[in-house]
Design a binder for this molecule. Structure first.
Ligand code: CP
Length: 308
């Protein structure tokens, strides 16, 4: 299974065998991710980090991952302080940065930006989110969280929130279809999952159910995956205000759920999960954010060719 030198752009082309290999590799990285074991696996390697949109988890967990493995980070920093503010194109930026680093992590507001970057880069591009497109490393850490905290095969999962613009749920659906998941979709009708994605994932083996409210689904699922309604993705802000705050969970919503039911969220949240839910055994979102470290360590080790 070849990973060395490969770009990580979306989940659509990932086989189950490749996903399982990354998840198993991440499991071996956990002690290093927690700082309990030292590693020099990526000593001398440099990871370039280019974020054209805000981020806390993806950027910092990639930085932690390379540092925990003995490598170094080269962060573009604020886009305004770079030559992009003088009009330099993404293609030219990538052609320059690939001479400074062994892999590039890119977040960009335009769908397709990571694919474009990969066409100009001599080193692996890791897509850290491209507009409403894909966020494959988030999906891999979501799958890892499900594997560690619940189970993957034949999972019953509900996805709630912004299913139209939410790149994390798009990528996750593709991946879960490989494991025969039953996926319940819950969103305001203005933000429903695009038909072409539903058709694709049904063809790949997923069972799809559509519901209007979280209450109609929550008692039957193993995982509830909440997402934020993303204000920044709405072309018209008044459309955002029509749907904001429509889907929420509170402690009361959890009265009849399965004992081991887990609530996940890629974060950041706004008001869709009440803070009182955080102290219930169902809350899994902060652990999920940590699991980004072993997953991204595994990916960096694999694409940089330090492990197979
Ligand atoms: N989940 C996620 O992508 O978070 P950030 O936007 O903080 O990176």
């Amino acid at each position: 299974m070849k990973f060395k030198g490969q770009h990580i752009i979306s989940m659509t082309g990932f086989s189950r065998e490749r996903i399982d290999h990354i998840l198993n590799t991440a499991e071996k990285m956990e002690a290093i991710a927690r700082g309990e074991k030292r590693s020099e696996l990526l000593e001398g390697k440099i990871l370039a980090v280019l974020f054209f949109e805000p981020s806390t988890r993806t950027r910092m967990s990639f930085e932690t991952s390379i540092l925990r493995l003995g490598g170094n980070v080269l962060n573009l920093g604020s886009v305004d302080a770079s030559s992009i503010s003088k009009g330099e194109t993404l293609a030219d930026t990538i052609r320059v940065v690939d001479g400074y680093a062994d892999a590039v992590v890119l977040r960009h507001p335009k769908e397709g930006a990571a694919q474009l970057a990969s066409e100009f880069s001599r080193v692996p591009i890791l897509n850290a989110g491209d507009g409403a497109g894909h966020h494959p490393t988030q999906t891999l850490l979501d799958l890892y969280t499900i594997k560690r905290e619940s189970y993957l095969e034949g999972l019953k999962i509900a996805l709630a929130g912004d299913l139209k613009y939410g790149r994390t749920v798009h990528s996750l659906c593709y991946a879960l279809s490989l494991y025969g998941a039953q996926i319940t979709l819950i969103s305001p009708k203005e933000l429903c999952m695009p038909d072409e994605i539903i058709n694709d994932i049904v063809a790949r083996g997923a069972k799809i159910i559509e519901k209007d409210s979280i209450e109609d689904a929550i008692d039957d699922v193993d995982v509830l995956y909440m997402t934020r309604i993303q204000k920044e993705r709405f072309p018209d802000p008044s459309e955002y205000h029509k749907v904001a705050s429509r889907l929420k969970i509170t402690v009361e919503s959890l009265k009849n759920v399965k004992e081991g039911m887990k609530i996940m969220h890629p974060l950041p949240r706004v008001d869709e999960i009440d803070a009182k839910v955080d102290i219930t055994p169902h809350a899994c979102y902060f652990k999920q954010a940590f699991y980004g470290v072993p997953i991204r360590m595994a990916l960096l080790g694999l694409v940089m060719g330090a492990i197979e």
